[in-house]
Design a protein. Structure first.
Length: 306
């Protein structure tokens, strides 16, 4: 789900291997369902994430699709016959009828970094993407299948797509050579042009050793890496704004590190500006290597019964 930081609306979708393949939902800031719509043209391709801009909803379909013959425990596999596409749908109750699908290069993206509309009205979408071999190695690792790669995120590189609705074109490129996954940002900038993004980087065949947390400066092109260590796998780095924050990166990153050799886990609190370690919380028992996380401030729980 995506919470619009401007309206408080919650955007989410349901995906199915059988028709209807994709259903889009919106609830208002009070949690009441506003509308639902089946999205025309969608297929059985795996859809794990999506994006929301100020005026559009962005879906991505890659080459990974439903496969009932796949016996790894998750019935999806790579198919060269399944087209990779981006779907652009206007927000609002009537938006589904106006969705447009654009063909892109083969690949598969599980998690979106962000999407926004640039000064020319084009839609910019970014996210880590794997090719056929990268999918095989990574997918087999996560499901515990034979032939899995030595690391879960190898060959996952960030792509940028620029969709020009007026011209009907898509420009795409790989924008970084670091193997990353689980991108995050200051969610006050979700759907708007952001300067800073964060991700978890993995050991890869190009020589980067160990796991780490990476910060990207999209304005200067610079990146900063905090190396966490060998066999120490961090969860996604959740951004928590500092009290009274005025800058986009004024806050903290929270990540739970699972030490696969020491059978232990720590919660790392990092300064989001410089990736310096603010605190390390040694947990009383190991937490299995995780993926996603959320920060819920006390203020959001004040009226919630526990």
């Amino acid at each position: 789900p995506k919470e619009d930081p401007h309206t408080g609306e919650l955007h989410f979708f349901a995906s199915s291997p059988l028709p209807p393949f994709l259903t889009y939902h919106v609830s208002d800031a009070e949690g009441e369902l506003v509308h639902s719509a089946e999205v025309p043209g969608a297929t059985a391709a795996l859809k794990h994430d999506f994006a929301v801009t100020r005026h559009f909803v962005v879906f991505a379909e890659g080459n990974v699709t439903f496969d009932p013959t796949e016996h790894s425990g998750i019935p999806y596999s790579w198919s060269d016959q399944q087209l990779s596409r981006i779907g652009i749908m206007p927000r609002g109750a009537a938006g589904a009828a106006r969705v447009r699908w654009f063909s892109i290069e083969p690949g598969s993206m599980l998690h979106v970094s962000n999407a926004y509309e640039d000064a020319l009205g084009r839609i910019v979408l970014e996210g880590p993407t794997v090719d056929r071999e990268g999918f095989r190695l990574s997918w087999n690792w996560w499901v515990g299948a034979p032939g899995r790669g030595s690391e879960p995120g190898s060959r996952s590189y960030t792509r940028r797509w620029v969709v020009d609705l007026a011209a009907g074109t898509v420009d795409e490129q790989i924008i970084d050579d670091l193997a990353v996954e689980f991108p995050t940002l200051n969610e006050d900038y979700l759907g708007s042009e952001n300067r800073y993004q964060y991700a978890i980087c993995f050991p890869d065949e190009k020589g980067f050793g160990g796991y780490g947390v990476v910060k990207y400066d999209r304005t200067t092109g610079a990146r900063r890496i905090l190396q966490v260590g060998d066999a120490r796998m961090p969860s996604e780095a959740v951004f928590v704004p500092a009290a009274g924050a005025t800058d986009e990166d004024d806050g903290y990153l929270l990540t739970v590190v699972s030490d696969l050799k020491q059978d232990a886990s720590q919660l790392l609190v990092l300064d989001a500006a410089g990736l310096d370690t603010v605190a390390t919380v040694h947990l009383p028992r190991r937490v299995v290597a995780g993926i996603h996380g959320s920060w819920v401030p006390d203020s959001a729980l004040e009226d919630t019964a526990v």
